[in-house]
Design a protein around this ligand. Structure first.
Ligand code: ATP
Ligand code: MG
Length: 440
């Protein structure tokens, strides 16, 4: 038996409904915030990520699905969304005068990372991400963080924590780097192998280590916040003030660096302590990347964005028993009795669908009782029944389930204007629902 590759998932039935709900909610919010969608390829040149994300990052050094194609091009499946969107921004000259400024885009896309699979960690996973190009205003940082916060709130999640930090500009980080190396060097032999390698290549990465002893060592490391220029300090203070103005609670963790090399100034993570993940886990991370567009060959345009892992959101929604609205409501169920009604039954469901209603029928020649049971289970609002007798008289039984009211209608009338027939017959149902205060 052939099985799905390790670290991938099939999503179907109820799970697919949760996914659709998350995606639809996100799209509505993206529109409210005036972001437009961008779709980029599933694979890109390897170099885009080695340059954009950074050679020393875990993503590039360990987790990429890369290969040489038949034309000997070095290709990688996209492990993250920002570098591809920046590439598209540069390649399509989206910085041109005809485009909005700032340019606000979002994506919903699978990502690929060769990682050890566990709860909320997959080899193919999905991200909702946004990127904003062309604004250094701290209000852009905060609007974008607020958007992430809103998405999570809107899908019903609670008990989340926002953590922010500032990485300053390149010059600040160069000075901080030296101080950090000086602090870490005496601990060299106690550091994990990864951190020993990174100590001189990219010491900020050591702050990000998940190793227990590394974490103890970096707890007392100098803080990057002491090394910020006046400009970066002011930017970070403004961000905090704006978050306070929106009453979005946050804390500062000066050891937070994020896993990607391109960040500067504001970075943030939204975390959960939910038991489903075992340890404190990040569901959304992002920040400012003012040098990246230039690095990828474009003009000097600032950027801000985030990536949100949808698998983790879905796990949390299930754990917190978030109720999702029923997206699969059924307007009409057609009960066909007897083989001879097969054609008419199909015509009736198609007619209902073409009039804009959701409709279904039985295909297995089941008894009346079984068909009515299915109709009720799927919450059909109307059940139309056609047996051999009705067929010979060119009629159909039309039953409004909420009231139990049943009438016999000529087929010709049903085909002439189904919407009119439905609304006329079901008007009692509207009154019924209003009476009981249900939404129609
Ligand atoms: P982690 O520290 O958990 O490995 P990361 O720093 O590598 O996360 P990012 O690259 O910032 O994560 O990606 C943003 C979000 O994408 C994460 O917060 C998480 O929700 C999600 N994510 C990242 N990697 C995976 C994965 N392998 N499987 C599922 N979701 C993931
Ligand atoms: Mg990771």
């Amino acid at each position: 038996m052939i099985q799905k590759p390790k670290g991938t998932a099939d999503i179907f039935l109820q799970d697919a409904e949760i996914w659709q709900y998350v995606e639809e909610t996100a799209r509505i919010l993206m529109h409210d915030y005036q972001f437009s969608e961008i779709r980029t390829p599933m694979f890109e040149s390897y170099e885009l990520f080695s340059r954009g994300v950074g050679d020393t990052s875990d993503i590039v050094s360990k987790e990429m699905y890369d290969f040489f194609d038949k034309g000997d091009r070095h290709i990688a499946l996209k492990p993250e969304g920002t570098a591809p969107v920046v590439r598209a921004y540069v390649e399509n000259k989206l910085f041109g005068p005809e485009y909005p400024k700032p340019l606000k885009v979002y994506y919903l896309s699978p990502m690929f990372r060769y990682e050890r699979p566990q709860g909320g960690r997959m080899r193919q996973f999905h991200q909702l991400g946004v990127e904003v190009f062309g604004s250094t205003n701290p209000a852009t940082d905060v609007e974008t963080i607020a958007l992430a916060w809103d998405v999570l709130k809107e899908i019903g999640l609670t008990d989340l924590k926002l953590v922010i930090n500032s990485l300053g500009k390149t010059a600040d980080r160069i000075r901080y780097r030296e101080a950090l190396i000086a602090y870490l060097e005496p601990f060299h032999d106690e550091l994990s192998n990864d951190s020993q390698t990174r100590l001189h290549k990219n010491p900020l990465r050591v702050l990000d280590s998940k190793d227990k002893r590394d974490k103890e060592i970096v707890a007392n490391a100098p803080s990057i916040l002491e090394f910020l220029s006046e400009e970066s300090k002011k930017h970070f203070e403004d961000v905090q003030q704006l978050l306070n103005a929106l009453e979005i609670p946050f804390s500062i963790n000066s050891n937070m660096v994020r896993g990607l090399d391109y960040y500067q100034d504001t970075i943030f993570e939204i975390m959960t302590s939910s038991a489903v993940f075992g340890a404190e886990t990040t569901v959304c991370g992002g920040g400012r990347y003012d040098g990246l567009v230039e690095e990828i060959g474009g003009p000097d345009v600032p950027g801000f964005g985030f990536g949100m892992g949808l698998e983790r959101l879905v796990l949390l929604m299930k754990d917190q028993h978030v109720e999702i609205p029923d997206l699969t409501e059924l307007d009409v169920y057609v009960v066909g009795l007897g083989e001879e009604t097969n054609v008419e039954t199909l015509k009736l469901v198609q007619n209902a669908r073409q009039s804009g209603f959701s409709a279904d029928r039985d295909f297995l020649d089941r008894k009346a009782k079984a068909q009515f049971k299915t109709a009720a289970k799927n919450g059909a609002k109307v059940v139309m029944t056609i047996g051999e007798e009705e067929l010979s008289k060119q009629q159909v039984q039309f039953k409004v389930m909420a009231t139990g009211k049943e009438v016999t209608l000529p087929l010709a009338e049903v085909y002439a204007d189904f919407e009119k027939v439905y609304n006329l017959q079901a008007s009692d149902m509207t009154a019924f629902n209003e009476f009981f205060g249900k939404e129609n």
